[in-house]
Design a protein around this ligand. Structure first.
Ligand code: PLP
Length: 397
C-alpha cells in the first residue's frame, strides 16, 4: 500500500507537535510557544504540568497503579465523598471518559424505572444540537445525523426536541418517558446556554411526571463556568449528572453522580468497569479538587472571566465584520463569527493562540481555569491581531 500511516483517518489534525506544557503554554518540538486556550477541549482545567497534579500522580505511581473494582480503592471513597459533599448527589460511579459517564447515567435512569416495576419506561428526551459522546447510545442521544450515519440502526429510546422549547418537551413526554437529558450549556453545539427559566421548567416537568433529570456537565462542570457546576446558576439540582473532562485535569477520568433514589436500581452486578476509578485517576481527581475547592478559586475563575468578557465586548465593537456575538459563562466562552470559523481558528493559530471550533460557526475559548488576568489580556491581544487581519481580508474581497 502506498500510504502506510498507521492511524485511523478519523481526525484532520493540525500540523503541530507539542512536546511540553507549562501552565497555559504549550511548546512545540521546535521550541515555539503557543497560548493554550483550547486546554485539550476543556480538559486541562489546571493547565499543563501543574505541580500539585504532577506530585499526586508521581506519588501514586510509586505505590500501586491498578487494582480493579474487586477491592476497595481508598482514593475512590475519598473522591466520591468529596463530590457528594460538594453537590446534590449521594452516590458516585467512576468512569474513564465522558461518554462512559453518560452511559452510566442513561443506564441508571432506565434501571430506576425498571426497579419500580416500569420496564417500559426507557425513553429519554434530548435536545437538538446536543453532544453526549461517540458510543452507540450517546450518538443516539446526541441525535446528530453526521455522527449517526453509517453505524447501523440508531439505538432506540432517544427523542430530540428543539433546545429551549418547553412546549415541545411537554408534548414529547409519554408513558414510556424515563428522563430528560440536557447540557446546561451546549458545548460542541456552539456554546448555547439553556436559560435559567428553561432549566427550572425542566426540573418542574420532571417532578410533575416522575421523570429523572439528567445533566451532562462533562464540559461545563468542575469550575468551568465559575461555579462548581453550571446548574448552580439556575438554582436547580438534577437527579443524575455526568462529569468528566475537567475533573481529571488531563488524566482520563469521568463520573456519574446520582441521588440515592435515582441510583436505587443500580444494585450489585448491574454495571461495571475495569479501569474506572483506578488509583492513578483517583489520585489526580483528588488533587484537582484540592485546587478547585480551595477558598477563592472559583472567585478567581469569575474574576478572570470578567476580563475576557470586557475584552471580547470591545473586540465585537471594533471588528463587526468578524465577531457577531459573544456567549457563554465563566471560562466557557463562544465567539460566534461572521467569517467561516475555520478561518478564525487558523488566524488565531497563526498568532500562536489555540482555540477550538464548535457548531453554529462558533470559536470556543476554554482556557485553563488557572489563567491569570495578564495571560487573558495576552490572549485577547492575539485575538485582536487575528481579527485585524481577517477584517483586512474581508475588506479586500
Ligand atoms: C466531551 C463531551 C462528552 C464526551 O466525552 P468523552 O470523554 O469524549 O467520551 C460528552 N458530553 C459533553 C457535553 C462533552 O463535552
Amino acid at each position: 500500500m502506498a500510504d502506510a500511516a498507521p492511524l485511523y483517518e478519523t481526525y484532520l489534525r493540525a500540523p503541530l507537535r507539542f512536546v511540553r506544557g507549562e501552565g497555559v503554554w504549550l511548546v512545540t518540538e521546535g521550541g515555539e510557544r503557543y497560548l493554550d486556550f483550547a486546554a485539550g477541549i476543556a480538559v486541562n482545567s489546571l493547565g499543563h504540568a501543574h505541580p500539585h497534579l504532577v506530585a499526586a500522580l508521581k506519588d501514586q505511581a510509586d505505590k500501586v497503579w491498578h487494582l480493579s473494582n474487586l477491592y476497595d480503592i481508598p482514593g475512590q471513597e475519598t473522591l466520591g465523598r468529596r463530590l457528594v459533599e460538594a453537590t446534590f448527589a449521594d452516590k458516585v460511579f467512576f468512569t474513564n471518559s465522558g461518554a462512559e459517564a453518560l452511559e452510566c447515567a442513561i443506564k441508571t435512569a432506565r434501571r430506576y424505572h425498571f426497579s419500580k416495576g416500569h420496564a417500559g419506561k426507557f425513553h429519554i428526551i434530548t435536545f437538538e444540537g446536543a453532544f453526549h459522546g461517540r458510543t452507540l447510545a450517546t450518538i443516539a442521544a446526541g441525535g446528530q445525523e453526521k455522527y449517526l450515519e453509517g453505524f447501523g440502526p440508531k439505538t432506540p429510546g432517544f427523542y430530540q426536541v428543539p433546545f429551549g422549547d418547553i412546549a415541545a418537551v411537554r408534548d414529547a413526554i409519554g408513558e414510556e418517558t424515563a428522563a430528560i437529558l440536557i447540557e446546561p450549556i451546549q458545548g460542541e453545539g456552539g456554546i448555547r446556554p439553556a436559560s435559567k427559566e428553561f432549566l427550572q421548567e425542566l426540573r418542574a416537568l420532571c417532578d410533575e411526571y416522575g421523570l429523572l433529570l439528567i445533566l451532562d456537565e462533562v464540559q461545563t462542570g468542575v469550575g468551568r463556568t465559575g461555579r462548581l457546576f453550571a446548574h448552580e446558576w439556575a438554582g436547580i439540582t438534577p437527579d443524575i449528572m455526568a462529569i468528566a473532562k475537567g475533573i481529571g485535569g488531563g488524566f482520563p477520568l469521568g463520573a456519574c453522580l446520582a441521588t440515592a433514589e435515582a441510583a436505587s436500581g443500580m444494585v450489585a452486578g448491574t454495571h461495571g468497569t475495569t479501569y474506572g476509578g483506578n488509583p492513578l485517576a483517583m489520585a489526580v481527581g483528588n488533587a484537582v479538587l484540592d485546587v478547585v475547592l480551595a477558598d477563592g478559586f472559583l472567585d478567581h475563575v469569575r474574576d478572570v472571566a470578567l476580563v475576557f468578557r470586557q475584552g471580547l465586548a470591545a473586540l465585537k465593537d471594533r471588528f463587526p465584520d468578524v465577531v457577531e456575538d459573544i456567549r457563554g459563562e465563566g471560562l466557557l466562552i463562544g465567539i460566534k463569527t461572521k467569517v467561516p470559523v475555520a478561518d478564525l481558528l487558523n488566524a488565531v493559530r497563526a498568532e500562536k493562540l489555540l482555540a477550538v471550533s464548535a457548531g453554529g460557526n462558533v470559536l470556543r475559548l476554554l482556557p485553563p481555569l488557572t489563567v491569570t488576568a495578564e495571560e487573558a489580556r495576552e490572549g485577547l491581544s492575539r485575538l485582536e491581531r487575528a481579527a485585524e487581519k481577517l477584517t483586512a481580508a474581508v475588506k479586500a474581497a
